[in-house]
Design a protein around this ligand. Sequence first.
Ligand code: FE2
Ligand code: FE2
Length: 449
Amino acid sequence: MNRAEAWDLVCEWTSSDALRRHMLGVEAAMRWYARKFGEDVEAWGVAGLLHDFDYERYPHAPDHPLKGAEVLRAKGCPEPIVRAILGHAAWGGVPRDTPMARTLFAVDELVGFLFACSYVQPSKRIADVKPASVKKKFKDKGFARAVSREDIQNGIAELGINAEEHIANVIAALTDAAPALGLAGSPAETSPAGAASGKAAGTPSAGPQRIAMWSGPRNISTALMRSFENRTDCAVCDEPFYAWYLKRTGVPHPMAGEVIAAGETDPRKVIEFITGPVPGDKAVFFQKHMAHHLLPDLGDGWIPDLTHAFLIRDPREVLLSLDEKFSRPRIEDTGYPQQLAIFEAEQRRTGRTPPVIDSRDVLENPQGVLGRLCDALGLAFEEQMLSWPPGRRPTDGIWARHWYNRVEETTGFEPPRPPRTDPLPPHLEALHARCRECYDVLHAQRLRA
Ligand SMILES: [Fe+2]
Ligand SMILES: [Fe+2]
């Protein structure tokens, strides 16, 4: 069972945002420890992600996790994962006899406790939670009283680790995954309740969330930018690296001269802009980026300042469309290898799977897929994301008059057109195969409604 299948199962069985975040938090901690111990990061992550998937339907012992374990076995989930999940409950009937099982037990309750510690921070940021203050809070019986201190202590003893070090490790794991867990401190994500309502009245606003949405060409990236711009809390920017990219590569795009003249061509200034103060002091900064603009000279020091997400589209559709615009598109014009490279680097850096959405899924079910995307980004979904006023925007790139005629007429996501059936011209076949290799990896891990 891979990560995408595990997450589908979690979503099918669990509607509670708080419970999903708990499982995502335990997944992040498991992945962190798997890397530290040199174990199988994917398997450990799946164990963490699935450990409570049956809890909403079967909240009572011994049904949870025994009922869930039956389902997992029927689905062919590897036995060590099932046993680790059974081992996290005293009545599971399975000893914690593997490092995976001991680690799952040692992080589970602690993750719950650290979420609670994060919510009472003025900043609401997990990164601001200190191990010493966590230890102090263990003694406060009234605080997060549902969390078993005894289980946490037993877990630490079984793992044979220093308590403070263990707490620091789990804080580090949750910090890496903070935006998706709602622990990064923006006002909309101060708690599961705050995230669900989109309001966190009276909570001080902490840092904004900057979302880099990496797309390829001939996708619905501009419509998605419209959708985010229509939120109450969001500023957007349109391909901020484009002018620099054109100048740097000299590729003959339509309007290249004008784009270069009007845009910022100093990459350091572009990076300052996308990581700096958000226009209008908004809580969310949605940045539409083309993956092929990310040339190696940009370095990656700024990457951790953004939350990365991916918009993909079937390469057959993209290439047929791109072929009409460019003569002989090259692999580096498609954005596919770049998208996959950014995705995998983010996976390594954060230990989590960054959100991926497919444009066809968005067009088929905008509310469902955008809802999932917002969940993954720790944002509240807003109805306004589904429709917007027609016309051009001051935030559109100056290339709008060449490229955006279609999107300027739209006021929402339109149902997808049937897939194209015209044959792929022979000169696109090899290119198509290379793009599809990248696309398939991302597609398998996409968020679905
Ligand atoms: Fe549990
Ligand atoms: Fe749990």
